[in-house]
Ligand binder design. Structure first.
Ligand code: HSE
Length: 438
């Protein structure tokens, strides 16, 4: 065998990875030259869905990342630690890395890629974003000649499953979340998914590759789907929209100067969004993911498929392993990092504050049912330069009138200031939801 793998983790993705490597059915002859040399697990006694020789299994993960025989360390442990420390130690010992760990890469990417460049090793992460969908390598390679304008993705299957069921069944978020947990579609602790954090990790990684710069994760604006109610889904549908949790990374058109591409601003954000029913992302339902990339001269291209799961995610992991093996085999001892696989950018992208975003908004108000309330809303919006596309009283919720507003493009800061004033109006009870419109 030419290439020796140290596999860290034998959970869902690790098991899928081992299964592909033990009986490769793909067309690369190279897959037969890859040996699972050591496997690091937390417990040796746990029953496993894949048969591996007991002598290659160990609970000593450090021994794997320092083993001189191992060429590529595959980290599929998940979580921040010990994954981050093990990746860094493996790099320090000259190992190439394949990881599915979006949380580690989105937080510690700069530290890891700096160390990898110094050590002359690759860190590949196709499986970290959108599971089985090839999007990282296409962005780096096939689309690398394009100037990317935007990436708009549905990159979290759990929230897409919940929103799809809310749309199809008319149920409330809380009830469908509980059912999704019972059925195994949502984690016992759903925070990372439903609060948008998982999607924020993924869009930070995609933005970093598409815009060739580092992204500070805390600068990614992130809202989840807890505030989306059955009422919003219904109104959105009547207005010609579906609600999706979108992860967006986009160049700020206004800040663009031909001379200084590096100083331009990006928007990087995750939030529930009203998507026109005719938009390509509107029909991505259930646990599926999709990523729409727009660039010049390409135009639009959309990647669609399974965003999680053992087989799909392992397919991405093994393709990264095969890519590294192929490059090493061709280059031999004189190997220098291949620019189509490595990540060498060092500057940080400037991210525009969300208050500078210019977008359309949908907002739902509960107000006292008395003359003049709609007029007061209109006046407040007008005073803050918020132009309205529509304002309708849609009915009643108990004693309160329900009013739905859709704006034209407005600066988010202006819209929020208008809402602060509206909240203080005596006739206004509450603003249960504020959503952006694509
Ligand atoms: N929890 C993620 C999702 C899958 O629901 O899409 C792993 O990134």
């Amino acid at each position: 065998m030419a290439f020796k793998i140290g596999l860290l983790g034998l959970g869902t993705v690790g098991t899928g990875t081992a299964q592909i490597l033990l009986s490769p059915t793909g067309r690369y002859p190279l897959l037969h030259e890859i040996e699972i040399y050591r496997v690091g697990v937390r417990s040796l006694d746990k029953p496993r869905a894949v048969q591996l020789p007991p002598e290659i299994m160990t609970t000593d993960l450090e021994a794997i990342v320092t083993d001189p025989e191992i060429d590529i360390v595959v980290e599929v442990l998940g979580g921040l630690e010990p994954a981050r420390s093990l990746i860094l130690k493996a790099i320090a010992h000259g190992k190439h890395i394949v990881t599915a760990n979006k949380a580690v890469i989105s937080r510690y990417g700069p530290e890891i890629f700096t160390a990898a460049e110094e050590a002359g090793v690759y860190v590949l992460l196709e499986a970290a974003v959108a599971g089985g969908i090839p999007v990282i390598q296409p962005l780096k390679q096939s689309l690398g000649v394009n100037r990317i304008r935007s990436i708009t993705g549905i990159v979290n299957g759990t929230t897409n499953y919940i929103l799809t069921r809310m749309q199809n069944e008319g149920g409330e978020f809380g009830d469908i979340l509980v059912d999704a947990q019972k059925l195994g579609y949502a984690e016992a602790d759903p925070t990372a998914d439903v609060d948008g954090l998982d999607a924020a990790d993924k869009i930070a990684i995609l933005a970093s590759i598409a815009f060739a710069g580092r992204i500070k994760l805390p600068e990614v604006h992130c809202e989840g789907i807890r505030q989306v109610s059955a009422a919003d889904i219904t109104y959105a549908q009547k207005l010609g929209f579906v609600i999706k949790l979108l992860a967006v990374a986009k160049r700020e058109e206004t800040a663009l100067t031909a001379e200084s591409l590096e100083s331009e601003m990006l928007q990087v954000r995750v939030h529930p969004t009203l998507v026109p029913q005719t938009h390509p992302l509107a029909s991505i339902n259930g646990v599926y993911n999709a990523i729409l990339v727009e660039g010049d001269p390409l135009g639009q291209v959309m990647f669609f498929g399974p965003g999680a799961g053992s087989g799909p995610t392992a397919s991405a992991v093994v393709s990264d392993i095969a890519n590294i093996a192929a490059v090493l085999k061709t280059a031999g001892e004189s190997h220098r990092l291949h620019s189509l696989l490595s990540c060498v950018h060092q500057h940080y992208c400037a991210i525009a504050p969300i208050s500078e975003l210019v977008t359309r908004f949908y907002a739902r108000f509960l107000t006292k049912d008395r003359p003049g309330v709609i007029g007061q809303l209109g006046t407040c919006f007008g005073q803050h330069e918020v132009s309205l596309e529509s304002i309708v009283q849609t009915g009643f919720r108990g004693e309160l009138a329900e009013i739905v507003v859709v704006t034209h493009d407005v600066r988010e800061g202006n819209f929020r200031q208008a809402l602060e004033e509206i909240r203080a109006l005596e006739g206004v009870d509450s603003i249960p939801s504020i959503l952006r419109v694509l």
